[in-house]
Design a protein around this ligand. Sequence first.
Ligand code: NAG
Ligand code: CU
Length: 191
Amino acid sequence: MFSQALLLLAAALPLISGAPAPNPSTVQRAPDGTAASPRTTHTVVAGRPGLRFDPENIVAEVGSIVEFHFLPLNHSVVEASFGSPCQPKDAASFFSGFFPVPRNADGSASQSAEVFQIEVKDDKPIWFYCAQNTGRHCQSGMVGVVNQRFDSGNTLEVFRGNAAKVQGASGVQAVVQGGWRGANPNPLGGF
Ligand SMILES: *[C@@H]1O[C@H](CO)[C@@H](O)[C@H](O)[C@H]1NC(C)=O
Ligand SMILES: [Cu+2]
């Protein structure tokens, strides 16, 4: 009962103060006092079709998981800032490491036995790119975003356009960080 009252209060406060009401996913995520809220997993496939993430413009509620699956040949995902498309946002930016995946001899779909997961910790946009420099994946458009602000000029198309203008190499992090890399819990995910 106490936490329910708290939730109602939290929902009402912004109305009193004149600030925008919280979006439903923020309210939904408030602690319910009994168990953690179930998490939604959003699957993103790196390398389909070609040098792209699919989907590449993801809407994911706070608290949900974005799970990257990797196709041939050798992709990765790194967090960037909007203003600097092919470089890590900062020292703490997530980095999946590279996922070398051979093509199946018969041409059928193959994907890495491992995935990389990040948690959506707040409702700010999360810009990301593939740091494979062989073939200049970021500069070729292998970029994406979680929770783009659709009322802002900072769109995925502008980000991709700026990535295409990057002259130098893409940046990587020294170590896998900022997420979880491990055995694919959903081998058919995204297919
Ligand atoms: C995958 O790409 C990374 C970065 O370019 C490279 O260091 C690594 O050797 C590649 N792995 C394979 C098996 O090609
Ligand atoms: Cu790539």
